[in-house]
Design a protein around this ligand. Structure first.
Ligand code: ARG
Length: 466
């Protein structure tokens, strides 16, 4: 059936047809469109809006199309979109009565509904994979509760921690990425079908029935909103961009940690490349590509928000331009996570190096200041000053952490406050020992093995409940 044979006298130019066609990215909603037409036709017949013999023919043709697959459709750009291609197929099978299928619906509510149907499945799939990834991180964390690691602020040596504690930072970020996506899901899971072009229809359609048949949780209760809104896409893509940002940060750290200078992790050969000229090279290309691809998500989000920004209500064809950016975001997020997951869970940690780093460069100095507060009842600011000065003295005189004792500290204390501290050497040793630092951080969210275990348990409970 040629849509243009009524109001329009001439054919669209070939260029304009291909310029405006959505067929390429509509392939993604092919099955959803059959499902939608099936539900809509079933409802029309049940409500006596179209004759049931005709509905049966339509349903049979739709079922044949489902079995034959998208290859059975004529996807010439002049067809405009998948909705017309499906209708044309049904017409080719049963003749003009196929036209009853489009009673009380428009491509405007159709496309909005199809996109939601497909996106729901995509979100569920991504969500499932995030949970699997968290689970794998927890397994790794359980093995590394005592693996001393060093944490950075400003990318400068900060304080000792454990690799497990570090991994749980990733796991918690991923949990929020998951929850954010699932929250978006609630608003994707709403049915606009029945909005028709924009004001519903005077046919007595049953929107509750199609909502149920299509498996939506809620109906969109304003038809103008139903066909106009794509905020469900914007927030899903935002959630995916945050997920991509989590991935990208993980990649950044793997790239840094696998350098000769850090030497903290070894990335598996399965995720490494070499150089065409430098035979010694082992490059983290997969992490770099993933880090680069995260920008695609940010870009797509901006594109989508910009398309939406000043559109008048209700349907405008601009909305079609959002669709490819949605699918590109979904595909990139999925692919990226798959790679980062494989890469992170196969790294090897160089425990000797991490222990060495945690001891170097006075990463334990905060604990020494804390001990002064506790033992000498001194304000933290004063302790901070004494230890800060002590570190400068040690660095200038090339005194290593192991050589710091009560005498060394007292020399500084005299300078700063005019008296000695007489701190027990044993306490100083303990304060400067990375593992003791870690063990002492028993508060919620801390690095001690017990505090870390509690978070592992809480995240496992979360996984079990999802
Ligand atoms: N291909 C269109 C889209 O993706 C479907 C709706 C077209 N509606 C219309 N009135 N031309 O948005």
């Amino acid at each position: 059936m040629n849509l243009r044979s009524g109001r329009l006298k001439g054919k669209m130019s070939d260029e304009a047809a291909s310029f405006t066609s959505s067929l390429e990215f509509d392939k993604r909603i092919f099955e959803a469109d059959i499902k939608l037409n099936t539900a809509h036709t079933t409802m029309l017949a049940k409500k006596g809006i179209i004759p049931s013999e005709i509905a049966d023919k339509i349903l049979k043709a739709l079922n044949e199309l489902k079995n034959e697959g998208i290859g059975a459709l004529d996807l010439d750009p002049s067809v405009e979109d998948i909705h017309m291609a499906v209708e044309n197929y049904v017409t080719s099978k049963i003749g003009e009565v196929a036209g009853f299928m489009h009673t009380a619906k428009s491509r405007n509510d159709q496309v909005a509904t199809d996109l939601r149907l497909v996106l729901k499945e995509e979100i569920k799939g991504i969500g499932f994979n995030i949970l699997k990834f968290i689970e794998e991180i927890l397994d790794m964390a359980s093995e590394h509760k005592e693996t001393i690691f060093v944490g950075y602020t400003h990318l400068q040596h900060a304080q000792p921690t454990t690799f497990a504690h570090y991994l749980l930072a990733y796991a918690n970020a991923l949990r929020r990425d998951y929850e954010r996506l699932m929250d978006a899901y609630k608003r994707v899971d709403m049915n606009p079908l029945g909005s028709a072009a924009l004001t519903t229809t005077s046919f007595p359609i049953d929107r509750e029935m199609t909502t149920e048949l299509l498996g939506f949780s809620r109906i969109m209760e304003n038809s103008i909103d139903g066909v106009s809104s794509r905020d469900f896409i914007a927030e899903t893509v935002f959630s995916l961009s945050m997920l991509a940002s989590t991935m990208s940060k993980i990649c950044e750290e793997l790239i840094l940690w696998s350098t000769f200078e850090f030497g903290v992790v070894e990335i598996s050969y399965a995720y490494s490349s070499t150089s065409s000229i430098m035979p010694q090279k082992k490059n983290p290309d997969v992490a770099e590509i993933a880090r680069g691809k995260s920008a695609i998500l940010t870009g797509e989000l901006m594109t989508i928000l910009t398309i939406l920004k000043a559109l008048p209500y209700s349907y405008n064809r601009d909305l079609q331009e959002i669709t490819p950016h949605l699918w590109n975001s979904v595909d990139n997020a999925k692919e990226m996570m798959n790679m980062v997951r494989g890469m992170l869970t196969t790294i090897e940690i160089n425990k000797e190096r991490t222990a060495e780093l945690a001891k170097s460069n006075f990463a334990t100095a905060t604990e020494l200041a804390d001990i002064l507060v506790r033992e000498k009842n001194m304000p933290f600011r004063t302790a901070h000053k004494i230890v800060g000065r002590m570190v400068t003295e040690a660095l200038e005189n090339k005194v290593s952490l192991d050589d710091i004792d009560s005498n060394f500290l007292d020399n500084v204390a005299h300078e700063v406050m005019g008296k000695s501290l007489d701190l027990n050497d044993e306490l100083i040793r303990k304060a400067l020992d990375p593992y003791e630092n870690v063990k002492a951080r028993t508060v919620i969210g801390g690095s001690s093995p017990e505090a870390v275990e509690k978070v592992i348990v809480s995240l496992r409970t979360f996984l079990n409940e999802e």
